[in-house]
Design a protein around this ligand. Structure first.
Ligand SMILES: [Zn+2]
Length: 301
């Protein structure tokens, strides 16, 4: 089917108490692995492309590969921009046919985050495309953050309610104890804060940095209102590990497919595992095709 927007998918997920996985992709093999895993699990799926991925693989190139994968899939596939840093990046993604955007103004002052999120939401909504914003800040593990820093950057539920009213964004990423790019699964989320944010805003909530969070904490977070869970590090780590193993086993190998194939298989297995954890297996038909909002970009071309 053609690419769909994330709006109806995530609203349904929040309503029914599961989450849709948003998986970061950098290349052909990862895009294939993510969509094939969703097909295996009969789950909706979000393929997300970061600015780093765009610098590596090219905006149009990656968008077209995801579009081709969605076209061959029977499950709903969303093409999402992960951590768009400004208005221009988001507009370029809109032009490239992304069906879901994100502006991350979490490191910016409140007024600037509100103003830019509002501007991007207005542009995106004119094209029928939803926008994720971030309030509070999910920090980076490379900055060697302390527990105190993590907790001081968490989302204030009252401010979240105000932010939604002012900006009109469609989903909100909240900082509730996770950190980006953690290599081990040890973080526990602030479940009380998640429930308070869910009570303050009616839109689906988004969890970033899930690779470092315990499984039980993720299950509870989804029950508390998280409807989109981002997964990046766990997948790239799996890809690299499998690639290293295959390379070590075949030091003379000249056929790259013999090395990249096992890496793709590993990512596919890891995506399936996360889809099951998030509870979205078998939810591919949860939103009837006619209820997907937004223009049909495939038809426009
Ligand atoms: Zn993130």
């Amino acid at each position: 089917m053609a690419l769909v927007t994330s709006k109806a998918l995530l609203q349904r997920a929040r309503q029914d108490g599961y989450a849709v996985g948003a998986f970061n992709a950098n290349n052909l093999e990862m895009i294939q692995a993510i969509i094939e895993a969703a097909e295996d699990e009969q789950s909706p799926v979000i393929v997300q492309i970061s600015e780093g991925a765009i610098r590596y693989g090219g905006l149009t190139y990656l968008a077209e590969v995801v579009r081709a994968g969605a076209g061959e899939a029977s499950v709903p596939v969303v093409l999402h921009l992960d951590h768009g840093s400004g208005f221009e990046t988001n507009v370029r993604a809109l032009q490239a046919g992304f069906t879901s955007l994100m502006f991350d103004g979490s490191a910016k002052p409140w007024e600037e985050n509100v103003a830019t999120t509002t501007l991007i939401a207005r542009a995106a909504h004119a094209c029928g495309i939803p926008v994720e914003a971030e309030l509070g800040q999910v920090l980076q593990s490379r900055d060697q953050v302390t527990a105190k820093q993590v907790s001081s950057h968490m989302t204030d539920p009252d401010m979240a309610g105000r932010f939604l009213e002012l900006t009109g964004c469609d989903t909100l990423a909240i900082a509730v104890g996770s950190v980006h790019a953690m290599q081990s699964q040890e973080a526990e989320l602030d479940q009380e804060r998640i429930r308070a944010c869910a009570a303050a805003v009616s839109v689906p909530l988004v969890l970033h940095g899930s690779s470092g969070v315990t499984e039980e904490s993720i299950r509870q977070a989804i029950a508390g209102g998280i409807a989109k869970v981002n997964v990046g590090t766990y997948l790239t780590a799996g890809f690299c590990e499998a690639l290293r193993t295959a390379s070590a086993a075949r030091p003379q190998e000249h056929d790259m497919r013999k090395l990249l194939g096992p890496a793709r298989d590993e990512v596919r297995a890891r995506v399936r595992e996360k889809i099951r954890l998030f509870g979205s297996s078998g939810k591919a038909q949860a939103v009837p095709a006619g209820e997907f909002a937004g223009p049909d970009f495939a038809a426009v071309e």
